[in-house]
Write a protein that binds this ligand. Structure first.
Ligand code: ZN
Ligand code: ZN
Length: 181
């Protein structure tokens, strides 16, 4: 018989809760993670969708076609990058099985909050109740933590918001000039 000492590692698939976060995992890899502040995701997601509709029907028809395409790209980017940010795993550390204290090697420490092995740069978030790899901060507006898994998405979203605001300023400027002339 093949070794009965073989350790069975259960890799979870499906929807489950980790701390205060909701995850969709396939074979132990998290593909979707929704944070505890998902109410913000719903609100901001709806607002960004509204902004896109407002742009298409109100703002776009008033500017030349090239500016319409640029504007559509910017406002869609803001919506899509927010969607990605809201769903992406920030880098949650979790165990496939319960760690016994004997399994923890010397020099390794367990998180008191969620009993995973603490990694370099990881930190326990008390809002999410999980440890995050490359922890940056907990961002209620994103609905979750910002860590190594979603830091790029976070900056992409910030950039697209900045571009959206700049585009709006340009649009107002063009309109004022047109009305005055
Ligand atoms: Zn923890
Ligand atoms: Zn958090």
């Amino acid at each position: 018989m093949e070794g009965h000492s073989k350790i069975q590692i259960k890799k979870p698939s499906g929807f489950f809760q980790l701390g205060n976060t909701h995850c969709l995992a396939i074979q132990g890899k998290i593909y979707i993670s929704i944070g505890p502040d998902w109410g913000y995701n719903l609100c901001l997601g709806t607002i960004l969708l509204g902004v896109n509709i407002f742009f298409i029907f109100i703002m776009a028809p008033k500017v030349p076609i090239e500016l319409q395409y640029i504007g559509l790209f910017i406002y869609l980017s803001a919506f899509i990058s927010y969607l990605v940010l809201a769903l992406k795993d920030p880098g949650i550390i979790f165990n496939f099985w319960e760690i016994n204290l004997e399994e923890v090697q010397s020099g390794q420490r367990l998180c008191k909050g969620c009993s995973v092995i603490i990694e370099k740069g990881s930190e326990h978030c008390y809002d999410c109740q999980v440890c995050i790899r490359g922890y940056d901060h907990h961002c209620p507006i994103s609905g979750k933590c910002i860590g190594s898994g979603n830091l790029i998405s976070f900056y992409a979203f910030l950039m697209s918001v900045l571009c959206s605001v700049m585009y709006l300023a340009m649009w107002v400027f063009i309109r004022i000039k047109e009305i005055r002339s």
